[in-house]
Design a protein around this ligand. Structure first.
Ligand SMILES: Nc1ncnc2c1ncn2[C@@H]1O[C@H](COP(=O)(O)OP(=O)(O)OP(=O)(O)O)[C@@H](O)[C@H]1O
Ligand SMILES: [Mg+2]
Length: 252
């Protein structure tokens, strides 16, 4: 197993947001996390990333066989965890170009490598755009494309995407999906895939373009069900998350 989360409970400002979370993601797998607003999806994301505000009160997170439950975010990122945030902050005074060079282990004083320039251009960023401060005045779609570009620079092997498709128009969702597929090794046969992912989405729109192995529904801080993504999505699209409340009662 690449990621093993067992019996996890998480508090934010002394309020319990997540409990009884069990989640196991193997090498090469893509899991989807669905759930209504406020159910705790981003909290789980931030807890796996190790943000200090997210206080783990029970359970453990094992990544690549190592207990990372109380490890700092920097160390987790160095171990191969990459993220695309739902709402990343603007960083005044830091050019996107320079951040990309750091993430791609390039010299900040040198020109951006041809590899990264090409990746940027695939995601519709020209050199002038890359000179802008990170996320400052970026449109919603530009923020999401910039997050994916940074992941392409970092090349992590476990990637969490928090709502990569929200607020993005159809052409740009397809473009983002293409790069997400690259990041998750979807061009390889399932058995040969190395990279894994956790994809958080409300409506599952991105799943028209990115295949997933398993889906989980989070309800009120607990996993209500896990299973086949197509089946679960069909149910959620038909009935909303109402039906998941009953399953949650049965499981817990
Ligand atoms: N500092 C805090 N104090 C109290 N409650 C908090 C705090 N931070 C977050 N929460 C609550 O935790 C719950 C889960 O929030 P979270 O952002 O994880 O939800 P989400 O599933 O990602 O929602 P969305 O779909 O809207 O992005 C929410 O009810 C939120 O208000
Ligand atoms: Mg969220």
């Amino acid at each position: 197993m690449l990621l093993e989360i067992t019996d996890l409970a998480v508090e934010v400002d002394e309020k319990e947001i997540l409990s009884d979370i069990d989640l196991y993601i193997d090498e090469g797998e893509t899991h989807v996390l669905l759930g209504p607003n406020g159910s705790g999806k981003s909290t789980l994301f931030m807890s796996i990333l190790g943000f200090p505000k997210y206080n783990i009160t029970r359970g453990e997170i094992i990544f690549k066989g190592e207990d990372i439950t109380h490890l700092g975010t920097t160390e987790r990122v160095k171990m191969g965890i990459g993220v695309s945030f739902q709402n990343p902050p603007a960083i005044r005074g830091v050019k996107l170009m320079d951040l990309l060079k750091i993430e791609h282990h390039e010299d900040v004083k040198e020109e951006l490598s041809p590899e990264m320039t090409e990746q940027a251009s695939k995601l519709k960023f020209d050199e002038r755009f890359l000179e802008r401060d990170v996320n400052l005045g970026f449109s919603g779609g530009e923020v999401k494309r910039s997050e994916i570009l940074q992941l392409l620079a970092q090349k992590p092997d476990f990637i969490m995407f928090d709502e990569p498709d929200s607020g993005v128009d159809i052409e740009n969702v397809e473009l983002l999906a293409e790069e997400i597929n690259t990041l998750l090794d979807k061009d390889k046969k399932p058995g040969l895939r190395k990279n894994s992912g956790l994809l958080i989405t409300h409506l599952g729109y991105i799943l028209n373009f990115v295949t997933a192995d398993t889906a989980h529904v989070l309800m009120d801080g607990r996993i209500a069900c896990s299973g086949n993504p197509d089946e679960i999505l069909e149910d959620v699209r038909k009935e909303g998350f109402k039906g998941c409340v009953e399953c949650c009662k049965l499981i817990h």
